[in-house]
Design a binder for this molecule. Sequence first.
Ligand code: ZN
Ligand code: ZN
Length: 411
Amino acid sequence: MRGCRKDRRGDRVNKDAGASVKSIAADTKQRRPRLVRAAVSLPDATTTVRMLDADLAIDAVGWLEVESSAVCGTDIGLYRSGLDGPTVLGHHVVGSIVSLDAAQAEAWGVAVGDRVALEEYLPCQDAACAACSSGCYRMCPQTDLWKGKRRVGLVSAEEGSGLHGGNAEFMQLAANSIVHKLPADLDPDLAAWTQPFANAIDWTINVGGAQEGTTVVVVGPGYHGIAAVAAARAAGAAQIVAIGLSSSLEGLEIAEVLGATPVVHDGGDLGEVILRATAGQGTDVLVDTVGLEGSAVAASARSLRTGGRLVVSGLGSTPVNLDLKALVQGAHSIVGVRGRSPSAVTRSIDILASGRSGLDVVPTVAVPLDEVDEMFARMVEGRGPSSPHVVVRPQPVLAESAGRTEESRVS
Ligand SMILES: [Zn+2]
Ligand SMILES: [Zn+2]
């Protein structure tokens, strides 16, 4: 499958997909949780903190002490539309391995005590699966958000221990978990950007083609939009434009600090807005993180330069009346994207660790477990914090010490 280039770390992490599940070796370093505090989200869009029993785990090969679980638009969308059942949400997870089966440790190339970022995918890893056998595990039907739904932060809290998501003090690791080792000294707020920044790198650079000297326009200065601006900056884009509603001024302000030209757009011809913002030159890369209306997609496509790419990550649902002649004449591409490739995760970690991501300017809103219900309610109603970086920190000490408050200034 396309867009699934493996990388050194990805290969190593997944090289032994069929590793057998053995009992956790006797090792003084191994710690296994018993009763675990978890924020359990319910189909009626409420969340309650419960103690879940880790001993009920089925097929756990190890345990992760959760450091952070960043809140993504997908969480809020699922919550708003009604979960299938009680669920420990949280799929952008960072934590430390506190116990791990010896064979699994060897297969993943990690050890107890290592800090890792978890991808949300729980693929089948069957040799007969075209997605898994090609390394494109995120497209595996078993882990598809709209099909099998076997994903971190989406498996039922009534299955086994129930500890399958990041909004808990600990979560179980399975043989088909996808882990990426993180530097021990990476700042906790930056570490929490690993997955969304990897998404943005894949969408903006790998798919969109952003590189040195290009122009990149990002629609929607939210969680992934800010990450896309940072990705464009990391690629060396000559001009970055961030477009948002007047209700998203704080996000535009953050985008501006990251080097983007902020543009308020509350209606009208989006293509004209982009042409004006780029001195009539148009854009090489256009990333839609909001799911534009069909008419806005068609209008924005007119702002693409020759060879330009419109990358769609938001879930729009209205028909598009597209000028196909202009598409061919301009050699334009319109591409839908989902998740990220293993190589994008590697690049995300490398840029975050280098200190060059710029994402340290984004205030982190830390949320302890007993405030998840209130925060989700605010976000569902569109009353979320001004910063898009909302991070559940299940460990009480970390929740207090890490993360600047939402009142923090962008500097
Ligand atoms: Zn997500
Ligand atoms: Zn598969």
